[in-house]
Design a protein around this ligand. Structure first.
Ligand code: ATP
Ligand code: FE
Length: 335
């Protein structure tokens, strides 16, 4: 069966077609407009989704080489996310499903970041239940115990900022454009991770806190810039490497605690920050160091994409878990 997935929870308009776990197309239109504002502007995001959604869906169908009449169901992101953005994908999906007379399937975006691991990728094994998912994104930082596809329990999470925010806000302090996460990663790969020290925030063993780290970066940079106005440009690589080292080490500490707590050594990462080279390397290392089995998604399935929505759609389709046609978008939505 062919499932069309549609994602519009934040600032990426995306559509994908999946067939038996294999991605036939995966199209993303990233909105550039937010860069000049240093963050996502909800009203502009919503308007851009309205402009993008039809061409993006067309392109996904064309690339998959199928006609919309061949679709078995339409899966869309119901939440969590920005209400104005979610509404565009939700109403579009409803009308298309109704027009085609096929089932509509609602998808939780955070479940999708985890279940993206069930997309079939050559030379990659899908996780075995139960496993631990570390979901690290722009809006969330969670450790989730995954017992079955739709049986998930959050066992640790951030008490303030998400890790993606820690990357992006620190990047902003360093004068880097939004979203700064990927840039910090890029500079970090050329820098010395031990050059500067940032303290890791103390909270419950499996929980996270990132707001203090951002403040620590701010004070540190201000102090150094007072002494040397060119401090940032002269040290950008070492600052980024040290910061990334601290964040990755912190994430790994928490994972180790979760492994100890649950006895589960099969680990999967998901969400935009799992594109980060530091966490990817640390996780690979953990295979030999701690004997874990790790699952690291392909880059295109880490950040927001519709293939992950389509795979959840397919899993739900097999279980006949359809949405009613009066289903509403939900800005806040539990896992
Ligand atoms: P959520 O999924 O919680 O609703 P979101 O959809 O906005 O939030 P994602 O698209 O999953 O978040 O992830 C975006 C985040 O990932 C941004 O904060 C971005 O900076 C970060 N990110 C992407 N690539 C990297 C990288 N290589 N290193 C660090 N951070 C990265
Ligand atoms: Fe996301």
């Amino acid at each position: 069966c062919y499932i069309l997935g549609i994602e519009s929870s934040c600032d990426d308009t995306a559509a994908a077609v999946i067939n038996n776990g294999v991605v036939l197309s995966n199209v993303v239109a990233t909105q550039q407009i937010h860069e000049e504002y240093g963050g996502v502007v909800p009203e502009l995001a919503s308007r851009a989704h309205q402009q993008n959604i039809v061409p993006v869906v067309h392109q996904a169908l064309r690339k998959a080489n199928i006609d919309k009449k061949q679709l078995s169901a339409i899966a869309f992101t119901r939440g969590p996310g920005l209400m104005g953005s979610l509404l565009v994908g939700t109403s579009f999906s409803k009308s298309l499903a109704m027009g085609l007379g096929i089932p509509l399937i609602d998808v939780n975006h955070m479940q999708a970041h985890i279940l993206a691991h069930f997309i079939k990728v050559e030379e990659q094994n899908t996780p075995n239940f139960p496993f631990l998912a570390l979901t690290i994104s722009g809006g969330h930082t969670q450790i989730v115990k995954v017992t079955d596809y739709f049986d998930m329990e959050i066992i640790g999470q951030t008490i303030d900022d998400a890790v993606g925010e820690a990357f992006d806000k620190s990047a902003k302090i360093l004068g880097l454009p939004y979203p700064g996460g990927p840039l910090i990663d890029k500079y970090a790969q050329q820098g010395d991770p031990k050059k500067f020290k940032f303290t890791k925030p103390k909270v419950q063993p499996m929980d996270f806190s990132f707001s203090g780290l951002k403040t620590a970066v701010l004070y540190f940079v201000e102090k150094e810039v007072d002494k040397n106005a060119d401090f940032i440009s002269e040290n950008i690589e070492d600052i980024c490497a040290s910061l990334q080292f601290t964040i990755v080490d912190y994430l790994m500490d928490k994972l180790k605690n979760a492994v100890k707590h649950t006895g589960i050594t099969e680990i999967a990462i998901g969400g935009g920050v799992s594109a980060n080279s530091g966490i990817r390397n640390a996780l690979k290392e953990a295979e030999t160091k701690y004997g874990w089995t790790t699952h690291i998604p392909k880059f295109e399935y880490c950040t927001d994409n519709a293939a992950m929505i389509a795979i959840v759609g397919e899993l739900k389709y097999k279980q006949q878990r359809f949405a009613k046609n009066d289903v509403l978008a939900q800005a806040r939505m539990k896992l």
